[in-house]
Write a protein that binds this ligand. Structure first.
Ligand SMILES: [Zn+2]
Length: 221
């Protein structure tokens, strides 16, 4: 399945963990404010901040591969953006800005203003990131197969259709929230998955037949 759980942790060289410490206390703007603004905190921190972001991106590209963490679409044709799973905005969770398990690559569709953006993804906050409870299926902490149910195309095994898996007879709340937030079962997303399959020269069903199948199986509300 293209929506996967990830198990890696980004380990940064000490010179970069020092930069993160210089940036504290985090206000929310340290990720993308001008380098000149960071100079107030500690000499040289600004340029190193950009190096640090580049290093994080390289790690993610190497370890995560080329699928969006939220929708599974191919990032090679769409461009990958570093996403903060718990938003870094000042009024939300700037303290988790550089937390390895809070950083993942997402496609522009999922990271866009109308979807994830500054959505408050934490249900129960804890001082330790690992102990927070999330409203969505977390790319590192949750097994997507526990929260999503797929109908896969028999010839390719590709998951074109998706809905929240039933847990004790009730749809997974995290699965349902991710599906709603990222529009995972909307026809547009099915079409994007279809385009990925075509781009990879995989045998796919006729698109109209596929949409008919989505409708028949009740995977579109
Ligand atoms: Zn995506």
């Amino acid at each position: 399945m293209a929506i996967r759980q990830y198990h890696f942790t980004i380990r940064l060289p000490r010179k970069y963990t020092k930069i993160i410490n210089y940036l504290k206390p985090l206000q929310g703007n340290e990720w993308d404010c001008k380098v000149s603004e960071l100079r107030k905190k500690k000499y040289g921190t600004g340029a190193r901040r950009d190096e640090l972001k580049g290093l994080i991106r390289t790690h993610l590209e190497k370890r995560q591969g080329h699928h969006c963490a939220f929708c599974g679409l191919d990032l090679r044709t769409r461009g990958a953006q570093i996403e903060h799973i718990a938003p870094k905005a000042a009024r939300l969770y700037p303290q988790f800005m550089w937390e390895s398990k809070n950083l993942i690559l997402a496609c522009p569709l999922c990271n866009g203003f109308t979807k994830k953006s500054t959505y408050d993804s934490i249900d129960i906050l804890d001082a330790q990131y690992r102990n927070c409870t999330f409203k969505i299926v977390h790319p590192y902490f949750d097994d997507p197969n526990m929260h999503f149910e797929y109908v896969t195309h028999p010839n390719t095994g590709l998951a074109f259709l998706i809905k929240a898996r039933l847990i004790k007879g009730v749809p997974s709340a995290q699965g349902a929230k991710s599906i709603e937030l990222f529009g995972l079962k909307e026809p547009e997303m099915t079409e994007e998955r279809y385009k990925d399959a075509l781009a990879n020269s995989l045998p796919v069903p006729n698109f109209d037949a596929l949409i008919q199948e989505v409708t028949n199986k009740g995977y579109v509300s």
